[in-house]
Design a protein around this ligand. Structure first.
Ligand code: FES
Length: 348
């Protein structure tokens, strides 16, 4: 059995826990689902629709997958995985390795794609992007909310969960490309009632098109990305805001110097402090002392290295956190983020 760190508490969303692959099931052409359970049968962590987990595969590769099961089911977590033949190897390992009965590391669930209160919900899925939206659809339906789902894919044979979605009747519109072409996003968004919010997951082209269509109509659009949207967005806070909060937390500010140069990072649980020079990342500095710290893309878009910030003000350079999450400074992506203050204290 592969050994992973034991979770600090049942619902610690940053803890790495060991889980057993209880079942692998074929869902569609190139798509399998994988059910993960606690080795001792204890309840799996609580999660909400839109949440994802980091899976540490037997090879050591770390990949992120949205949860697509039922949040009320505390016996297992379910993800669905598309076999990406030209991918970076994670999906190939899951599809081509006999994993049932083996253990994997699981970190999370964490949720950067939460449902917010709205009058109506429009869910737009492309291909395997249906996974978080399936959990949302199930939840919204159970809550009696007004919702509909537009689900595009290459062909019916390649589209997972069609049987389950059929139970929702007219709330779900399936658009296989080989039968009906691509979904007409302008028409879909034009038909949205006032007060609608859009949730979209799928390939980057779809996300960008939906974001643009939503912006043109002032309709809020929430997207879930597992790939890069392009160059990392750097959000530089106004110096005054940094100074104000730096003072409040007892930090000296010096934000401009800190951004341009070195700073130090205290790893509170480990009990050491590391220097982060201008030419290396926090992740690289941390890894010298904590080689087990997990990461995946190392470009700021997957969320695998998300770390809780205890003190100091991070400079966010990732594409994972939304503006509210950035403003809260509760967590940061240490593969790309830096510090606005001379010292950061991280929960590591
Ligand atoms: S490793 Fe992907 S965001 Fe840091």
């Amino acid at each position: 059995m592969t050994a992973f760190a034991v979770a600090a508490s049942e619902n610690d969303r940053f803890a790495l826990r060991t889980m057993v692959v209880r079942q692998v099931r074929w869902e569609a052409e190139g798509v399998i689902s994988m059910q993960l359970a606690s080795p001792d049968g204890s309840p799996v962590p609580v999660w909400s629709p839109g949440a994802h987990i980091d899976v540490v595969l037997p090879s050591g590769l770390v990949r992120q997958y949205s949860l697509c099961g039922d949040p009320a089911d505390r016996t297992s977590l379910t993800v669905a995985v598309l076999h990406e033949r030209n991918g970076r190897g994670g999906s190939r390992e899951i599809h081509e390795t006999q994993l049932v009965g083996r253990t994997v590391g699981v970190r999370g669930p964490r949720n950067h794609f939460k449902l917010r209160a709205a009058d109506e919900y429009l869910l737009i899925a492309g291909g395997i992007g249906v996974t978080p939206l399936l959990a949302m659809a199930r939840h919204l339906d159970a809550q009696g909310e007004a919702w509909r789902l537009v689900y595009g894919g290459r062909s019916r044979a390649s589209m997972a969960f069609l049987g389950e979605l059929a139970a929702f009747g007219g709330a779900v519109r399936v658009v296989p490309q080989d039968e009906a072409g691509l979904p007409d996003l302008d028409a879909v968004l034009d038909s949205a009632s006032p007060g609608t919010e859009v949730y979209c997951c799928g390939p980057e082209g779809l996300l960008r098109a939906v974001e643009a269509a939503g912006a043109a109509r002032a309709i809020p659009v929430h997207v879930e990305r597992f790939g890069t949207a392009g160059p990392a967005a750097v959000v530089a806070e106004p110096a005054a805001a940094v100074a104000e909060r730096g003072d409040a937390s007892g930090e000296s500010t010096g934000s401009v110097a800190a951004r341009a140069g070195a700073f130090e990072v205290e790893l509170r649980r480990t009990g050491i402090t590391v220097d982060v020079d201008p030419d290396r990342t926090i992740l690289e500095a941390v890894r010298e002392h904590l080689p087990e710290v997990i990461s995946s893309c190392e470009e700021g878009f997957c969320g695998a290295c998300e770390t809780r910030v205890i003190e100091g003000i991070p400079e966010h350079r990732d594409q994972v956190l939304d503006p509210v999450e950035r403003e809260s400074n509760e967590t940061m992506m240490i593969c790309v983020g830096r510090s606005c203050t001379p010292r950061l204290v991280l929960d590591l």
